[in-house]
Design a protein around this ligand. Sequence first.
Ligand SMILES: NC(=O)C1=CN([C@@H]2O[C@H](COP(=O)(O)OP(=O)(O)OC[C@H]3O[C@@H](n4cnc5c(N)ncnc54)[C@H](OP(=O)(O)O)[C@@H]3O)[C@@H](O)[C@H]2O)C=CC1
Ligand SMILES: C[C@H]1O[C@H](OP(=O)(O)OP(=O)(O)OC[C@H]2O[C@@H](n3cnc4c(=O)[nH]c(N)nc43)[C@H](O)[C@@H]2O)[C@@H](O)[C@@H](O)C1=O
Length: 318
Amino acid sequence: MGPLDRTRRTYIAGHRGLVGSAIWRRMERAGFDSLVGRSSAELDLRDRNAVFEFFAAERPEYVVLAAAKVGGILANNTYPVEFLSENLRIQTNVMDAALEVGVERLLFLGSSCIYPKHAAQPITEDSLLTGHLEPTNDAYAIAKIAGILGVQAVRRQHGLPWISAMPTNLYGPGDNFSPTGSHVLPALIRRYDEAVQSGADTVTNWGTGSPRREFLHVDDMADACLFLLDHYDGPDQVNVGTGRDVTIKEIAETIAAVTGFEGRTEWDTSKPDGTPQKLLDVTKLRKAGWEAQIGLREGLEATVRWYRENVDAVREAG
Ligand SMILES: NC(=O)C1=CN([C@@H]2O[C@H](COP(=O)(O)OP(=O)(O)OC[C@H]3O[C@@H](n4cnc5c(N)ncnc54)[C@H](OP(=O)(O)O)[C@@H]3O)[C@@H](O)[C@H]2O)C=CC1
Ligand SMILES: C[C@H]1O[C@H](OP(=O)(O)OP(=O)(O)OC[C@H]2O[C@@H](n3cnc4c(=O)[nH]c(N)nc43)[C@H](O)[C@@H]2O)[C@@H](O)[C@@H](O)C1=O
């Protein structure tokens, strides 16, 4: 099985999201000339009949499954019903319809939160299902674990070379900057930038600031996705990260510096910390020949620039 044929019809589910839009850009650059995308308004992937009709009409041969209900710690903790139900429906509908039309290659995207809360660090792929999950995102994690099993089941029963990748925390242009719904990085970029604009002298972030997280730029993520589709075939999910983590306090200090905030940072410990540390072991991906290229400071500077250029659209989105 060689690299993907750039002329085949390729459906990127979630092509307007942070990850899907980066994968679209990366595949376009690689010469894919038959990319297909639908917004959620055009095709609600929770609607099983609509998904089957779409696949029957478009007949994609490759699928990247980057559509999901996604959010930060507070959204996951507040809406476990939606995070479980919507993600199960989206991924089951897409995989079932893809199987029906015989999609040859499918890449399913999970998340580093599938691993046990107290997994040994860095987290290897084989620590999956060896311990209890972090309660703030267990619903989302269970849906993602079901997706990995879905891919493995198709491989076992139908022999199709579908694969799964597990990204660490991602960031970059086109992220969700909603103050209550987003992940930490876009939340902090917006908060510090707004403080600079308004002249506020204090910024308050969530939790204690002591948890450790690993951050990967979404353009690196998109590059890794194409790399895996071209070069990887196996039933086990592959971790995608940088192999380096930082504390939330450290990332806050960096964002304060990049945005030019010179005031004080406080911590609201009534908000959850979540998993104490999430650092992926990326040995498997490195051995296959892929490594992240975009440094954290460089990626943050570019994202802050993007945010400032798009601040009106970001505010309009909520
Ligand atoms: N962001 C991160 O830090 C991480 C993300 N991931 C994974 O990467 C994948 C993409 O995440 P990300 O790009 O960040 O998320 P976004 O929220 O930016 O994008 C999600 C996309 O999914 C689409 N979508 C959501 N619900 C539906 C629906 N019912 N029908 C059709 N489309 C739908 C949205 O479409 P539309 O825009 O048209 O509404 C959107 O384009 C997910 O599987 C996520 O779990 C994994 C680890 C970390
Ligand atoms: C990608 C991953 O994302 C989620 O898990 P998470 O890693 O905990 O994600 P997070 O980015 O929201 O928070 C990281 C840390 O940062 C702290 N923090 C400080 N201040 C803000 C803040 O203002 N917003 C947010 N969101 N967090 C903040 C916060 O308290 C926490 O300690 C899961 O939904 C999970 O499902 C998943 O897949």
